[in-house]
Design a protein around this ligand. Structure first.
Ligand code: PHE
Length: 362
């Protein structure tokens, strides 16, 4: 109902709005007047109780009151917001002369980088990555690879053995990635084309040997895979990896119990001037050789140990030391530095995460 009384109350409300000193107070007044049980709300509802002939006038009058309250609230809100902002702006300061906060960005370890590069190159040749555990059975690490217990090759491996089990068997820390050849041949049938980057362990420690190091193994098996494929694949790989298009390569006869024939691959290098450069030298073109990996055609006995018919399938395998390849490619002098976690060394030899490893085709 619009009476002089409601006009009076509305005037009081308007004056309180005019005096509200912050947004919270203003909101309290809004709820008090326009909320569910607010004064104006009640006033609007009361129109329904009036005799029909006075409803129109009363309604219009009340609407005008409501409108005046709404406008006052809006006006005051804008005023308060502006003054709050102004007071914050006058209090807050930014000292643009302060030094910026530095942030440390990590680098990619040369071993991770080298593995990424190698995986990229072999992926482009259709290889997929396989893995196996660091703790291996004697069978997978030795026996199935045609290294029976009495075989002299066992001595060369400087194996870390785990404590003997009740049945007398001993697990080993794998001495090479070759047991993953066995695991793969036992779990899937040819054609097989895998690479296996991973950690390996041997009791050996000097500037070129570490008790833990990394290898990348390769295994290709199909019905007609031959030594020409082995040579082509590995020469292509080395040329891409070292980014030397005409990198000279040679294969020397060697011996591994699990391949027959076996070979060691050498790549051309130059030791002119005391340094070491992979590839031919511009000056004399003279070649020196650097051993890079071991390889060979899978020994039929290994196929037999893995229930693959050697009359039907043949293939090649190779194994290469990742640290050694990284040292050659990036001129890293001492193997032991790889694991010292010396930040200065890591910053020097590490890689930015923005570099795309092994950029294919380069
Ligand atoms: N496993 C061998 C080593 O550790 C390398 C190798 C792998 C050789 C596969 C031939 C074939 O020395």
């Amino acid at each position: 109902m619009s009476t002089p009384k409601s006009d009076q109350i509305t005037r009081e409300i308007l004056s309180r709005i005019g005096q509200a000193s912050n947004l919270e107070q203003l909101d309290a007044i809004r709820v008090e007047t326009l909320g569910r049980n607010g004064f104006i709300t009640e006033l609007m509802k009361s129109v329904g109780n009036l005799p029909p002939e006075s409803r129109r006038d009363a309604g219009q009058h009340n609407n005008a009151l409501k409108q005046s309250v709404l406008e006052a609230l809006d006006e005051r809100r804008i005023l308060l917001q502006t003054s709050e902002l102004n007071s914050r702006l006058s209090k807050e300061t930014i000292d643009v002369s302060l030094p910026v906060r530095t942030y440390d960005s990590g680098v990619i370890h040369p071993i991770s980088q080298t593995i990424d590069e190698m995986v990229n190159i072999f992926s482009s040749m259709g290889f997929s990555v396989a893995e196996g555990p660091h703790i291996e059975t004697d069978f997978n690490n030795f026996t199935a690879l045609n290294i029976p217990p009495e075989h002299p090759a066992r001595q060369e491996h400087d194996t870390f053995y785990l404590p003997e089990k009740d049945d007398g068997s001993r697990l080993v820390l794998r001495t090479h990635t070759s047991p993953v050849q066995i695991r793969t041949m036992l779990s899937k049938k040819p054609p097989i084309r895998i690479i296996v980057p991973g950690r390996t362990f041997r009791a050996d420690y000097d500037s070129t040997h570490s008790p833990m190091f990394h290898q990348i193994e390769g295994l290709v098996i199909d019905q007609t895979t031959n030594m020409g494929h082995l040579k082509g694949c590995l020469i292509d790989f080395c040329r891409k990896f070292f980014k030397v298009e005409d990198l000279p390569a040679r294969f020397r006869p060697s011996y591994f119990p699990f391949t027959e024939p076996s070979a060691e691959m050498d790549i051309g290098c130059s030791r002119e001037g005391g340094g070491l450069t992979i590839g031919r030298t511009k000056k004399s073109g003279a070649e020196d050789w650097m051993e890079i990996l071991g390889c060979g055609m899978v020994n039929p006995r290994v196929f037999e140990n893995c229930n693959i018919d050697p009359e039907k399938f043949q293939g090649f395998a190779f194994g290469l030391g990742i640290e050694r390849a990284a040292m050659l490619k990036y001129g890293i002098p001492d193997l032991r530095m790889f694991y010292d976690s010396d930040l200065r060394w890591l910053r020097h030899f590490g890689f930015s995460s923005l570099e795309i490893p092994g950029a294919l085709g380069s």
